[in-house]
Design a binder for this molecule. Sequence first.
Ligand code: HEC
Length: 103
Amino acid sequence: MKITRAMALVSPLMFALAACSTKQASHTAAAPAALSVSFNGACAGCHGDSGEGGLGPALAGSKLSLADFTATVRAGSGPMPAFGAADYSDAQLSNDYAFLTGK
Ligand code: HEC
């Protein structure tokens, strides 16, 4: 009896939580599932497999704007070489920017 009552109390809570995460999922519907193949090949060596940082700064959770991110990648910065669209396409760049920043 006690269990049933607890369940009755918990179920709507679970539903509310599920509704919340569904809402968030739809908010970030465009969020990609993974970093691009080029990120793994060209960036991960310095920025980490998940962009957690290494020789280069962490990119995961970066507050950089897409414009600044793009400018750094295309022009290079300090020890970081420049990457043109042939090596790292605009689509890969925006995929990875979205993945790393959640924006
Ligand atoms: C040889 C190592 C190296 C590689 C390869 C590399 N980076 Fe970097 N990256 C760095 C370093 C070091 C910095 C910091 C540069 C500075 O302080 O001027 C940096 C900075 C950045 C920044 C600016 C970060 C900030 O917070 O200001 C971005 C964005 C970035 N890298 C993205 C990339 C991407 C995307 C790739 C792959 C296409 C890549 N990097 C490849 C070493 C690297």
